[in-house]
Design a protein around this ligand. Structure first.
Ligand code: BGC
Length: 784
């Protein structure tokens, strides 16, 4: 291992040009190597719900872990740590040194497009799970890069909007989880695209003043992809590494700026030192050798399955769950056979396996499956093997390969490439009007058996990498096809800046909607139990845009209402990354949230339905009854400015301040047993709670402690989470749990951290809206 002295010596061996070269990417996912000092290139990958690896290729699959909201719902640091260690093993298997995760932004509003990528609406829960994630990943010798520092809660104008937020709100809410992971030893941090109080985060004074100087962060500040847009301002700030590269405003421009005295060379030296320190930590500075492969040490499927039950939230249950064996089941809804295992955007990956609830239930019960409605109006990439060809100026073939899907995000980069062609033989399974589509930037054409059916030009209309390289606009055409097979050829003319993504998609004629709906209701009325799986889509919960509504897409609400009427034993499973409205919830027998559950979603959920495991999840975010109740709804920048004028009141704090009852409070979730809270005692820096399992089976309870301060000299939220701990007990057993209240829970920011003298009122219960035991304010929670 290299100490800092040795690293400083290595920095001294490089001239200015060599040093600056190291500070920008060598490519999209890698930094530059410097063999003269034994440094190999570092490889980065997204995160956070798995390790995609460098690049997008469906032939290189990854373990799909439950979405961060699901991990937020576990309230279980040990489990998140174990998943972090699994992600480290995945990273090493894929040659990845730095995992761009976890996301520590908060659920400021349910409309945030990347809400599913964040753990929770509460900074303490986010901090504790963030620390567990970071330490889990880094225990495997892989760096975590918690992101996006800071106040990156909105996707609209995400590259440019400026968040206006008070120092106190920043400190107590948005910076708090980052402070915790820095204290826990994070080796990297990603700065955000947005600005805060007038400065883009890639050149914001918070990077040096708070992150590095105040908190003592000694790792690398890596930019979000393409976020560095200046030379002098960003390089003079605490921004260390500009990704991707080698293009971008550093490089030669930065060398010139240093030579002109506009950027101090000492600033460059500090950035290089940090990069070498990171390289040493992940083993990239040892011999210049590539990272060796290393097989995952944990049983992945079992752990991923455990994570599903641990994160599944049971919102209500009239006693129907767990299901008795031997009952016939109507399995309904678009997500029953085609679940959404992950959200959309840069966190996306190609899962190495996948199981649906339909797969998992057929081996356990007599099941009739009827989707009832369809929701995905995005074109479906062709799945047959496709031929991809890169053509030159005269249509000569420069490169060709066989791929497994019509969604091609990356292929070989070949000099002189003019056209990317995707072709396939489509087996026409049904005669009728097929919907064929192509997507990408540039001129797009589509030929069916040699006849041109589409010819359009899609101009580049965005700088956003998540749109340009992942989800460019599509163009479609309806073509009548006879039941045989046809040759499809899609071509995209490649331009200077036309992005990486190309698509060839084909959707068969859609069945009659009324008949499909009717078949589902019929199945429900003939079965003992109906299970309806409702979902959102990638277009709703993804990167680069915010949500416009919290309602479920399509006719899913009507479907649930009709199924509940047809069968009183209806269980609804909600397969979404974040809150959706549940207008029918009182008509159901039970409602479960499964989030985006990752690749073991089907089996994990079946374990819960049949009672082999308890639903372990507790809400990491409050669920509204209706949109007009949502307390923080100003999530759209106005003229590029976004005011966080609600201050400290987000999430349950805001619901409490507005005196509005949500559908389900932060922290809510039922298990399969019941609990009595028997008593509690405040101790130095902790609260000791005694409770009894009053049900008929062993279970786990998440005991939550909220604080309030009625006589405060400073304005405060009505209540806030001070600590939590989980406890497991057998039926009839009485147990005690110690809930630690860290000093951070009782301090507030007033030009510095201050702890008000006197006592805090303690509210103990199973969620933010239910107090079972209250300890009066005379109980002083002095730090231990
Ligand atoms: C996202 C980051 C991601 C990066 C690389 C950006 O658009 O905001 O979260 O890590 O792309 O894919």
């Amino acid at each position: 291992m290299h100490d800092d002295h040795e690293l400083v010596r290595l920095v001294g061996k490089l001239d200015l040009r060599a040093k600056v070269r190291l500070l920008a990417g060598g490519s999209v996912w890698r930094t530059c190597a410097e063999p003269s000092i034994g440094l190999r290139a570092l490889t980065f990958s997204d995160g956070p719900a798995g390790v995609r690896g460098p690049g997008w290729d469906e032939r290189r699959t990854s373990l799909a872990v439950p979405s961060p909201t699901a991990l937020g719902a576990t309230w279980d640091e040990d489990l998140v740590h174990r998943l972090g260690a699994l992600l480290a093993a995945e990273s090493r298997r894929k040659g990845v040194d730095v995992l761009l995760a976890p996301v520590l932004n908060l659920h400021r509003t349910p409309y945030g497009g990347r809400h599913f990528e964040c753990f929770a609406e509460d900074p303490l829960l986010t901090a504790r799970l963030g620390v567990a994630y970071v330490q889990g990943v880094q225990s495997g010798g892989v760096a975590a890069a918690p992101k996006h520092f800071v106040a990156n809660e909105t996707e609209t104008d995400r590259l440019t909007h400026d968040v206006r937020v008070s120092e106190r709100t920043l400190r107590e809410l948005y910076l708090a989880p980052f402070e915790a992971v820095v204290e826990a030893g994070a080796w990297a941090v990603m700065s955000a695209y947005n600005g805060v109080n007038g400065h883009p985060m890639s050149e914001n004074p918070l990077l040096t003043g708070v992150l590095k100087e105040e908190w003592g962060f000694d790792g690398v500040v890596v930019s979000d992809w393409g976020a560095v847009r200046t030379t002098v301002e960003s390089a003079s700030s605490g921004q260390d590494l500009s990704m991707p590269g080698p293009w971008g405003p550093w490089g030669d421009l930065l060398v010139a700026a240093v030579e002109a005295g506009e950027v101090a060379e000492s600033a460059i030296d500090d950035k290089v030192l940090r990069l070498l320190r990171l390289a040493a930590r992940v083993g990239a500075l040892e011999s210049g050798a590539e990272r060796e492969e290393f097989a995952p040490a944990v049983n992945d499927a079992a752990l991923l399955r455990e994570a599903v039950s641990a994160s599944t939230v049971l919102l209500r249950n009239n006693g129907i769950l767990p299901l008795h064996p031997g009952r016939t089941i109507a399995l309904i809804g678009p997500g029953a056979a085609a679940p959404r295992v992950q959200g959309g955007g840069s966190s996306g990956l190609y899962p190495s396996a996948e199981n649906s609830l339909l797969d998992a239930l057929t081996s356990r019960a007599e099941v009739v499956h009827a989707p009832g409605v369809r929701i995905n109006d995005e074109p479906t990439p062709v799945r047959a093997p496709v031929q991809v060809r890169v053509l030159g100026q005269n249509d000569e073939v420069l490169f060709e390969e066989r791929r497994l899907t019509g969604r091609i995000l990356e292929t070989e980069e070949v000099p002189g490439a003019r056209v990317l062609e995707i072709s396939t033989t489509l087996h026409v399974t049904e005669t009728g009007p097929w919907r064929l589509a192509v997507a990408g930037y540039g001129r797009l054409t589509l030929d069916v058996d040699g006849t041109r059916v589409l010819d359009v030009v899609q101009p580049v209309d965005t700088d956003d990498p998540a749109v340009k390289h992942l989800r460019p606009p599509h163009h479609e055409v309806e073509v009548h096809l006879e039941k045989t097979q046809v040759e499809l050829v899609a071509r995209r003319e490649l331009g200077e800046d036309s992005g990486m993504a190309s698509l060839l998609a084909a959707d068969p004629p859609t069945p009659n909607a009324d008949q499909e709906f009717g078949a589902a209701i019929e199945a429900a009325s003939r079965s003992d139990v109906a299970i309806v799986v409702v979902s959102t889509t990638d277009a709703i919960e993804g990167e680069g845009r915010d949500r416009t509504t919290l309602s479920l897409p399509g006719e899913q609400d009507a479907l649930v209402t009709a199924v509940c009427l047809a069968n009183p034993n209806t269980v609804v499973v909600v397969n979404s990354g974040g809150p959706v409205l549940l207008p029918w919830r009182d008509d159901t027998a039970a409602v479960l949230l499964t989030w985006f559950p990752g690749q073991e979603g089907g089996h994990g959920l079946a374990d819960v339905l049949f009672g082999e495991r308890e639903p372990g999840g507790r809400l990491p975010t409050t669920w509204p009854v209706r949109e007009s109740d949502v307390p923080v709804a100003n999530f759209l920048p106005d003229n590029q400015k976004l005011e966080y004028d609600e201050g400290l009141d987000i999430g349950y704090r805001a619901w409490a301040a507005h005196d509005v009852e949500p559908a389900y409070w932060f922290g809510h979730g039922l298990g399969y047993t019941t609990w009595d809270y028997l008593g509690a005692r405040a101790e130095r820096g902790a609260v000791r709670v005694r409770l009894r399992n009053t049900g008929r089976r062993r279970g786990r309870e998440v005991v939550q402690v909220y604080l309030s301060r009625e006589d405060s000299t400073t304005p405060r939220p009505r209540r806030w989470l001070g600590g939590f701990a989980s406890v497991v007990a057998d039926a009839g057993e009485t147990v005690e749990v110690l809930v630690e209240i860290p000093p951070q829970a009782t301090r507030h920011w007033e030009n510095g951290w201050v702890t008000e003298s006197g006592g805090f009122t303690v509210h103990i219960g199973p969620n933010a809206g239910a107090t079972r035991i209250r300890l009066a304010a005379r109980h002083v929670l002095r730090p231990r």
